[in-house]
Design a binder for this molecule. Structure first.
Ligand SMILES: Cc1cc2nc3c(=O)[nH]c(=O)nc-3n(C[C@H](O)[C@H](O)[C@H](O)COP(=O)(O)OP(=O)(O)OC[C@H]3O[C@@H](n4cnc5c(N)ncnc54)[C@H](O)[C@@H]3O)c2cc1C
Length: 454
């Protein structure tokens, strides 16, 4: 399928027509009110407005929000779902790019436009680190936290769980700051705000002393071994990802990322339950350039250049793709994998790769891991939305016994009535959003369809 066919095929998601696609690794730019229609990173979604504002200061942002009738914050455009879309106006915070380290409090405060690609090396140079990162670094801190973006690790909760304070502009242009500890429940509701509570101007994150990580890959793990040693395999590193294409009952790659202690011998066993230690660098997607992935083969490196799979400034994943991800309870993880595996023939025509990751539970109301240690079953699909749209309900049906929670930034077909029982705090989240946005100025079609129609 060529680019034009791809966009056309996935146009079911688009609010506007067929458009040119931006290169996936292209730096984002907020060309305000440009005549050229605009898409998300993957190109599967054409935003429903060309009205993109990019205020230079917080005061300009406050004035712009106050004046708007309907508006949505836009991060680095990496969501596949229409969560960041607007039929009226979007606001990019790319000019709010300050980073301030508070060594006494062990926190860093970042502007609403800062990406992990900008923050992570800057922090490392000053001797500090974050607890975890997503598979790619080029997403904004505000956009990632708004959707409970995560990495992997049995003991690692999502990226938003290290937020200790958040400052945002409310619908009437006021500036509000909520702090962990001081603002209790309100804070827990606002951090994973899905763009519906306010437009985040500053986020304060906990930092820790910098550390080194080494990663290695084991190839060809049989599903029988995965079943027998499910917990041991996911506990074999600080962050572990298991990749499968659901064919032949095996995982092609197991990525093990180890956090190195001082004096760590950094030795890697030649096998992991029958899977063999790779001797060459690998990309999760066969045939893709390995220059794009972070160093492997046990070579130690800074945390920010090992915890993500993809390197700063390089195209993450494949580029021409769609993504979906469901969170299920960790205790039911293997049962859920087996349930999906039954569909392997239906999945095969559409799949590029699946990644299994673990996420520790948290208290953030709208997080997919809210009060639930989770296994996340991720699908990178070929860019064929009509085909993928057929297979998602089958997967969702198979996962129904596990109350699957879909990643807010990826594609799913579950309806609001099915999401509502998964989020016990949804009614008070709606009340919180209404408190800061009584008229629903931040409520786009995605939010209305998924959070208000249950
Ligand atoms: C190749 C690829 C790999 C990915 N890997 C992972 C992964 O490893 N783990 C994972 O969990 N996800 C992953 N994702 C999904 C991605 O992390 C999320 O979709 C994330 O929300 C994208 O952040 P963004 O800055 O692009 O935000 P956008 O997609 O632009 O926006 C996402 C949401 O954040 C809101 N938002 C943005 N900025 C603000 C702000 N300042 N104030 C309030 N709300 C705001 C938007 O309104 C929207 O609701 C991946 C996506 C891609 C394309």
């Amino acid at each position: 399928m060529n680019k034009r066919e791809f966009l056309k095929a996935t146009g079911a998601l688009a609010a506007a027509g067929l458009l040119g696609r931006m290169a996936p690794c292209e730096p984002r730019s907020a060309a305000a009110n440009s005549a050229a229609p605009r898409t998300n990173w993957a190109g599967n979604l054409t935003y429903g407005t060309n009205n993109l504002q990019a205020p230079q200061t917080v005061d300009d942002l406050r004035a712009a929000v106050k004046a708007a009738t309907m508006v949505r914050a836009l991060g680095s455009r990496h969501s596949f779902s229409a969560i960041a879309d607007s039929a009226h106006e979007q606001i990019s915070l790319e000019h709010l790019a300050e980073m301030t380290l508070d060594e006494k409090a062990k926190t860093v405060t970042v502007g609403g436009g800062v990406t992990y690609s900008q923050l992570a090396p800057w922090l490392d140079q000053r001797g500090y680190a974050l607890h975890n990162l997503a598979s790619l670094p080029g997403i904004t801190v505000a956009g990632a936290c708004a959707t409970a973006t995560h990495g992997s690790g049995l003991k690692n909760a999502n990226l938003a769980t290290v937020v200790s304070a958040v400052e945002f502009v409310t619908a009437n242009g006021d500036l509000v700051r909520l702090e962990r500890g001081r603002d209790g429940e309100k804070f827990l509701g606002a951090v994973v705000g899905l763009g519906a509570v306010g437009i985040v101007t500053r986020t304060t994150l906990d930092v820790q002393p910098t550390y080194k990580v080494a990663q290695s890959i084991y190839q060809d793990l049989k599903f029988e071994e995965l079943e027998k040693h499910f917990e041991e395999i996911f506990a074999s590193g600080y962050s572990v990802s298991v990749f499968t294409d659901w064919q032949h009952r095996r995982a092609e790659q197991v990525w093990v990322k180890r956090r190195l202690k001082v004096g760590d011998a950094n030795q890697w066993a030649p096998e992991l339950f029958g899977a063999k230690l790779a001797t060459v660098k690998l990309h999760p997607l066969a045939g893709h350039p390995t220059e794009n992935v972070t160093d492997q083969l046990g070579i130690p490196g800074p945390w920010y250049d090992r915890l993500p799979h993809f390197r700063i400034g390089q195209t993450p994943s494949g580029g021409n793709e769609l993504q979906t991800e469901y969170f299920v309870p960790w205790e039911s993880g293997w049962a859920a994998v087996q349930a999906v595996e039954k569909l392997h023939e239906k999945i095969e025509p559409h799949i590029l790769i699946t990644e299994l990751r673990t996420i520790a539970p948290d208290r953030l109301w709208m997080s997919m891991a809210h009060q639930r240690a989770s296994l996340a079953i991720h699908f990178t699909w070929k860019p064929d939305w009509p085909g993928v749209k057929q297979v998602l309900p089958l997967i969702e049906m198979q996962l129904r016994p596990f109350q699957p929670r879909p990643h807010w930034g990826k594609l799913f077909t579950l309806q609001a009535a099915q999401l509502e029982p998964c989020y016990t705090r949804l009614p008070i989240f709606r009340a919180l959003a209404a408190h800061y946005d009584p008229q629903g100025k931040f409520r786009n079609a995605f939010v209305r369809a998924n959070l208000y129609a249950g």
